[in-house]
Design a protein around this ligand. Structure first.
Ligand SMILES: Nc1ncnc2c1ncn2[C@@H]1O[C@H](COP(=O)(O)OP(=O)(O)O)[C@@H](O)[C@H]1O
Ligand SMILES: O=C(CO)[C@@H](O)[C@H](O)COP(=O)(O)O
Length: 491
């Protein structure tokens, strides 16, 4: 099916639970899409190797389905933000000499100095966060430099913890990648630089100057700049795909690898976000993000460099208790069925007669809170202020696994009093990387991503606010972030 003249651009996204792949042709039409999950397909492996295994499984399966890799002009990818991978001394030599007869996870066995690579869900670095903020003159000052106050999951603090608890592992490390640059390194068979956008999820990058902050690096671990390598614009062509993929899968030697980035930044590209839009990704985490022109870092939320336009920025709020909570509630209250879950939502009146609950099974990031907090309509504990954040023209662009659920999108629409749109795939990060791959080929000529993808399908309207929803007083809530939780807790 893929041997037609059109040359597909191929991309993948990675996190530590699943790998997704999408290929698009020159008309920006999706011609291949697949997901591989760890738990189903790889129960016997552990961690970073699992990601390598997923890449092999996915590419092998594309090959056996007849996918013509020789037509791929460029690809890019995305990975969960903040996670880190520690390459052991000598790993770059092993990477350079991969035998195409063997799968990646077998070839890279001796390559890692830390076997349990930290992922974004890790919250065990409070000590390191406090010390980083102190070292640079306080939380707001750190936010002014790096876009965020010190966050437990951010890579700099994770590195600082590894250095303080296992200095020998740190010393044996020749390179530290984030998940996205790790995956790009596999395709280049050489260490890939970190892109500006994922670099700004580390508490280490000066987001205005786009250089590592010496003060932050020094506060985390010695010799860190060398282990991190350079940072590059997110649209950079990093090089050509390595001989391993040419020989094993038939990629063209001209196929370019465009810098990989974070999953949320890639979704921003995939959803073709416009000013005034709010994107909401309902994946494992729930995230809300916007395209912004000027960074105004605060103590809540994050400002990242924009993955599409190096002069702009991206604001993001991340909520840890996302799909995993919805799954728990589905299992507790809806017999484990999304259909039952949706029916329950559908027959709940807008505003749930003033009953509401906040469900933080694990310590939440935004806000820092834990436990289950439910309030009935007589309870005064919820501070009432109406949402004022949506402009009349605001569109909510929803993505991620839970955006398949129309009833959840209806609640979203009612809470924000704004129409909710989706794109044809919930894998917007994947699609965004395909767009970024094409853009990478022309980015140096100052063509914008918007120009490259202007023919791509526009987001589709799925739901509009229920009449009167904006008048329901129980929707009065104290902050934007609380509102975001509230929408999932109505039944
Ligand atoms: N019909 C549905 N209704 C609500 N949630 C769903 C539905 N289908 C899938 N999900 C949720 O989507 C999540 C996966 O979303 P996805 O965007 O693929 O995750 P990730 O953030 O890891 O890339 C699952 O954890 C699951 O709970
Ligand atoms: O930490 C963040 C954003 O700051 C998360 O959004 C991660 O980027 C991973 O998200 P999931 O794919 O697990 O939802």
């Amino acid at each position: 099916a893929y041997s037609r003249q059109k040359r597909p651009t191929f991309l993948c996204t990675f996190d530590f639970f699943q790998l997704k792949v999408i290929a698009i042709d020159e008309q920006l039409t999706v011609i291949y899409e697949d997901n591989v999950h760890f738990d189903k397909d790889l129960p016997e492996f552990g961690y970073v190797f699992e990601l390598c295994s997923l890449i092999t499984i996915t590419l092998d399966s594309m090959k056996s389905s007849g996918f013509n890799f020789s037509h791929v002009r460029a690809f890019s990818g995305a990975g969960q933000q903040h996670g880190s991978v520690y390459w052991k001394e000598g790993a770059s030599q092993i990477l350079k000499n991969l035998s195409p007869d063997l799968p990646l996870h077998q070839l890279l066995k001796a390559c890692f100095s830390v076997s349990d690579s930290p992922v974004w869900m890790d919250s065990s670095t409070t000590t390191q966060c406090l010390s980083l903020e102190k070292a640079v003159g306080g939380a707001q000052h750190l936010a002014n430099i790096t876009g965020s106050r010190a966050c437990e999951r951010f890579t700099g603090n994770q590195i600082a913890k590894i250095y303080s608890q296992n200095p020998e592992f740190y010393m044996q490390t020749e390179r530290i990648s984030v998940v996205s640059s790790f995956a790009a390194s596999l395709f280049l068979s050489a260490y890939a630089p970190i892109d500006y956008c994922d670099g700004s999820g580390m508490n280490l990058l000066q987001i205005r100057d786009k250089i590592w902050s010496t003060a932050c690096l020094n506060a985390c671990a010695p010799g860190l700049e060398e282990k991190l390598g350079p940072v590059v614009p997110s649209s950079s062509v990093l090089g050509s795909v390595s001989p391993y993929y040419i020989q094993r899968y038939g990629f063209s030697p001209d196929c370019k690898v465009v810098a990989f980035t974070g999953d949320n930044p890639a979704s921003l590209a995939g959803m073709k976000l416009e000013e005034g839009d709010i994107a909401i990704s309902l994946g494992t985490s729930d995230t809300l993000f916007l395209w912004i022109k000027e960074p105004v870092p605060a103590l809540e939320g994050h400002i990242f460099c924009n993955p599409v336009d190096s002069r702009a920025y991206m604001a993001l709020l991340c909520f840890k208790n996302g799909s995993l909570i919805r799954e728990r509630i589905r299992d507790d209250c809806a017999s484990g069925s999304w259909d039952e879950f949706s029916k329950a939502l559908k027959c709940t009146v807008v505003g749930n007669n003033g009953n509401l609950g906040f469900y933080f099974d694990v310590i939440e990031i935004t806000p820092e809170a834990v436990g289950i907090h439910r309030f009935n309509s007589d309870n005064n504990k919820v501070v009432v202020t109406y949402l004022t954040h949506c402009m009349p023209r605001t569109r909510i662009l929803a993505t991620g696994g839970a955006s398949y659920n129309k009833e959840i999108l209806q609640v979203l629409s009612d809470v924000f009093s704004a129409p909710v749109y989706t794109i044809d795939t919930a894998n917007s990060a994947c699609l965004g990387c395909a767009y970024r791959a094409i853009h990478g080929l022309v980015a140096e000529t100052s063509v914008s991503l918007g120009d490259v993808v202007k023919l791509a399908p526009e987001p589709r309207l799925v739901v509009t606010p229920t009449a009167g929803a904006d008048q329901v007083s129980s929707f009065g809530i104290s902050s934007f972030s609380i509102s975001f939780h509230f929408i999932f807790c109505m039944f």
